[in-house]
Design a protein around this ligand. Structure first.
Ligand code: SF4
Ligand code: SF4
Length: 400
């Protein structure tokens, strides 16, 4: 049970349930969305989570260059509504994301922002439109279970408040994508694709990576666009499905649990929700969540089409996929002459892929490319090496 516990004195403790608000919103009319978002924030007690002078980052889901009515990306009406609310409070507001393969160049990102309607939002509100690839920093994550550091967008890491604005969708790799998965966009560009490559055969490892990333970002406010969701073969090829809701919470895990229950998915069957719940990063247990506004039962959607579980990487034959992984994703390699056999890397490896010795040996078929071994090796005896194919792909993407 992962309720937040507020301790008073030595003997009295008060359990505070995370709040998730559910507010009806029939369409994307600007006035109706503005009212529904404001009501969702009020019910979830999020109105005081941002203050004058703070740097606020609006983080929608801008997966690909698709128009808002295709329901692949967060609708610009929600982004506008949250931008207006925070600007009126005197916050310094920016909006941005890192769409896979569309953030590598300014020209591609410009086109995506035009098509998704986010450029118009930034223009209307006179706020900066950020391309996350432009400024990347490494964020330490010492409490991470598998991944103890990430390369992330500086804008996301250094903002005072992240307002996470996911879209309710199905997903071929994770079954469902919502608040926790939307933070994946804080990892710039092609780096996201590399995580997909390495985890196509290890879905739980991919989910753990997302949970570790949650430990870095912890968005203060999460507001889901569930007015029109995407069912079937999401996150990019499904069909729009009217749900008519806006859902908000300070706890992205609790929000995901409630959203899943609404569309007929057992919340704890989603790896990210279960793992985050088990690791104390949020609450995935519906009985421990304070749902306000509409009840889950009153808005439950029947017959919401789930994902078949296929994803592009899983369709590639395993030997070819492994070859691609070894070529596209940097692999740790031991420099035999430099290894002093201290064993630090073997102790740091979360999946026990390193056999101690002098030099150590690394089983690359087990390795999840977390690079903990590289980080802990004081004599710098472990290199990270990207294959020729990976170097060519990176160069091509940056040129286009
Ligand atoms: S941490 Fe470095 S030096 Fe120590 S055993 Fe591992 S590779 Fe060798
Ligand atoms: S071998 Fe290194 S990169 Fe691979 S899983 Fe172990 S610690 Fe991570």
């Amino acid at each position: 049970m992962l309720d937040f516990v507020l301790r008073i004195g030595y003997s009295v403790s008060v359990k505070i349930k995370p709040i998730v608000s559910i507010v009806k919103c029939e369409d994307y009319d600007a006035g109706r969305v503005g009212d529904a978002v404001a009501e969702a924030l009020r019910l979830a007690e999020l109105d005081s989570s941002f203050n004058s002078g703070q740097n606020v980052l609006l983080k929608p889901n801008l997966l690909s260059a698709r128009t808002p009515d295709e329901a692949v990306t967060t609708h610009p009406a929600l982004v506008t509504a949250l931008g207006k609310i925070t600007l009126e409070r005197g916050c310094r507001v920016a909006v941005g994301d890192s769409p896979p393969f569309n953030g590598e160049t300014q020209a591609r990102y410009d086109r995506l922002c035009e098509v998704t309607g986010i450029r118009a939002v930034a223009d209307e509100l006179s706020i900066p439109l950020l391309r996350f690839e432009e400024d990347v920093v490494r964020a330490a994550n010492p409490e991470g279970r598998f991944y103890r550091s990430f390369e992330v967008a500086r804008a996301a890491l250094e903002s005072d408040v992240i307002i996470n604005i996911p879209k309710l969708k199905t997903h071929g790799l994770t079954a469902y994508t919502g608040a926790v998965k939307n933070l994946f966009g804080c990892i710039p560009g092609i780096r996201k694709g590399l995580f997909h490559v390495q985890s196509a055969e290890q879905r739980e490892t991919f989910a753990q990576m997302l949970v570790d990333l949650l430990g870095v970002f912890k968005p203060a406010i999460n507001v889901m666009d569930a007015v029109v969701a995407l069912e079937g073969e999401g996150p990019n090829s499904g069909n729009p499905r009217h749900v008519g809701l806006i859902i908000a919470s300070a706890d992205p895990v609790a929000l995901d649990a409630v959203a899943c229950a609404i569309i007929g998915i057992d919340p704890l069957s989603i790896h990210t929700t279960r793992l985050a719940h088990e690791q104390g990063l949020g609450c995935g247990d519906l009985s421990s969540i304070d749902v306000r506004g509409e009840s889950i039962e009153s808005v439950r959607v029947s017959g919401f089409k789930q994902s078949s579980g296929h994803n592009d990487w899983a369709r590639i034959p395993t030997p070819v996929r492994r070859l691609l992984r070894n070529q596209l994703v940097a692999s740790p390699q031991v420099r035999s002459g430099e290894c002093v056999g201290c064993g630090d890397c073997a102790r740091a490896c979360p999946v026990k892929a390193i056999t101690p010795g002098k030099p150590v040996t690394i089983d690359l078929t087990r390795c999840i490319r977390c690079y903990c071994c590289h980080e802990v090796c004081n004599p710098s005896a472990i290199n990270l090496k990207v294959g020729m194919v990976g170097r060519i792909v990176s160069a091509l993407l940056r040129k286009k």
